[in-house]
Design a binder for this molecule. Structure first.
Ligand code: PGA
Length: 248
């Protein structure tokens, strides 16, 4: 059976008590050999979660990283620091970073370079806004994001890249794209990656209001390699129920 990636993004929505309960229950999950889990944890809890979750099929990662490598950048966290505490992946280009914190494709490109340099998997998020969706420019937006975020990086280094297609209008809204739209955009993303990187297999996940009710349908789309889950990843039962859908 094809491996699927079930990744959670806890955003700024957790505290110590929630994490404690999550970790305890997550440790008791049944064996799900064809699933690779991942959790994107806020910086302050990262070290603790790295130490308390068995890493054999769950990657622990960060939600952001500084675009600069080292130096006088008060309040920032470098790729080197993430590697130092054992983070295995890092979200880059999440729509909330792009739209609330004005992150550009160029700064995302620098972040990806820094992460790869420290052997951390970048999980690059791409996706169109509602306006772009309504103007039918989705594919042009996705292509531009991929090209600019990956420009100048050696294809060989990018072998460990992961990508999440997340329509901005579907994030945290309860709306999801139709299975046809998801399949079409994930397919297009894979074709574009192929034309930029050559024959490299990059996992492409879908994100945007994935929950235990709609996950079965979304994860059964053949080209979709997994899901990036925000809200529903805060509840360990819902998160594991989503993973269970892969087996149904
Ligand atoms: P959501 O978030 O599942 O709450 O829509 C997804 C994401 O932001 O990655």
């Amino acid at each position: 059976m094809k491996k699927k990636y079930i990744f959670g993004n806890w955003k700024m929505s957790v505290d110590s008590a929630l994490i404690h309960g999550f970790v305890a229950k997550f440790a008791q999950r049944r064996d799900l050999p064809n699933i690779e889990f991942g959790l994107a944890v806020p910086f302050v809890y990262l070290d603790n979660v790295v130490c308390s979750i068995d890493s054999s099929n769950c990657l622990i990662g960060a939600q952001n990283v500084c675009e600069y490598q080292k130096g006088a950048y008060t309040g920032e966290i470098s790729a080197e620091m993430l590697a130092d505490i054992g983070a295995k992946f890092c979200l880059v280009g999440h729509s909330e970073r792009r739209h609330i914190f004005n992150e550009s494709n160029l700064s995302i490109n620098h972040k990806i370079i820094n992460l790869l340099d420290k052997d951390i998997i970048p999980l690059l998020c791409i996706g169109e806004t509602l306006q772009e969706y309504e103007q039918c420019t989705t594919k042009a937006v996705l292509a531009k994001q991929l090209e600019e975020c990956l420009q100048g990086i050696d294809a060989d280094k990018l072998k460990r890249l992961m990508v999440a297609y997340e329509p901005v209008w579907a994030i945290g809204t309860g709306k999801t794209a139709t299975t046809k739209e998801i399949a079409d955009c994930v397919d297009f993303t894979k074709d574009t990656l192929h034309s930029i990187l050559g024959d490299v297999q990059i996992p492409v996940l879908y994100g945007g209001s994935v929950n235990d009710k709609n996950a079965g349908e979304i994860l059964s789309i053949d080209v979709v390699d997994g899901a990036l889950i925000g809200g529903a990843s805060l509840d360990v039962d819902k998160f594991l129920a989503i993973a269970d859908k892969v087996l149904d």
